[in-house]
Design a protein around this ligand. Structure first.
Ligand code: CMP
Length: 218
């Protein structure tokens, strides 16, 4: 649980109770963990790999809402309101995780105010993300959203070069555009020397330029 914000600052014995109550899970690349409207029965703590959280349109198109990487927790929304999953989740790499049942999670929340603080912080972060995504769809054009998505995927890196393991259709699903228009944006960024593509990878060589194109302040 080291590094997992939601469980930081717990007394060692409470941390042990979390570990004892959690069930180890592994997911193969391409495996669906759950789909939207499934009953929300567990909180997932990701230890290794990557998970795409997405919604599907009635015609079967996907919009990726976020990519979860360790050490991160997800699946908290349905646990908190006792309702169905708000989105689907698929392993995009082989993953190992811990699953905490709703009962165990609620018990821990009642026993530890630290967890409640962290849950509130994570919900605040989700609301901020949704607000920003809404604003991006109103204020940014597609190349701007692609640039901003790449910056987000690069994390807080200040390295001169950052490699992002994501193919162009996954990027299109995240930026909210067609594959063709995302390919065009990537091609135009490449011709300006901001990045290059290597198979399924995108190597960002000028993060500052992408930040500017995505309307982000330096
Ligand atoms: P839950 O509704 O239980 O299952 C799907 C999970 O995906 C949800 O909890 C959140 O953890 C996460 N999630 C849902 N919507 C978003 C979003 N727009 N951005 C980031 N994460 C999300």
């Amino acid at each position: 649980l080291t590094g997992v914000d939601m469980f930081a600052g717990l007394e060692p014995e409470v941390r042990q109770r979390v570990i004892a109550a959690a069930v180890p899970r592994t997911y193969r690349k391409g495996q669906l963990l759950f789909v939207e409207n499934d009953p929300g029965d567990s909180l997932i703590i990701l230890k290794r790999g990557a998970i795409a959280v997405f919604r599907t349109s009635p015609t079967g198109e996907r919009a990726v809402l976020t990519v979860i990487r360790p050490p991160d927790v997800f699946g908290e929304v349905s646990l908190l309101d006792g309702s169905a999953r708000s989105a689907s989740a698929e392993a995009i790499e082989d993953c190992s995780a811990l699953a905490l049942s709703r009962g165990a999670f609620i018990e821990l929340v009642h026993a530890n105010s630290h967890i409640l603080d962290a849950v509130m912080r994570s919900l605040g972060a989700l609301i901020r993300r949704l607000t920003e995504q809404n604003a991006d769809h109103v204020f940014l054009d597609l190349p701007g959203r692609v640039a901003k998505t790449l910056v987000r995927l690069a994390g807080d890196s200040h390295a001169p070069m950052v490699t992002i393991e994501l193919n162009q259709s996954q990027l299109a699903e995240m930026a909210g555009g067609s594959r063709q228009s995302v390919n065009q944006a990537i091609g135009s960024f490449a011709s300006r020397g901001w990045l290059r593509t290597e198979g399924r990878r995108i190597v960002v060589t000028d993060l500052a330029a992408l930040r500017r194109r995505g309307g982000m302040t330096d």
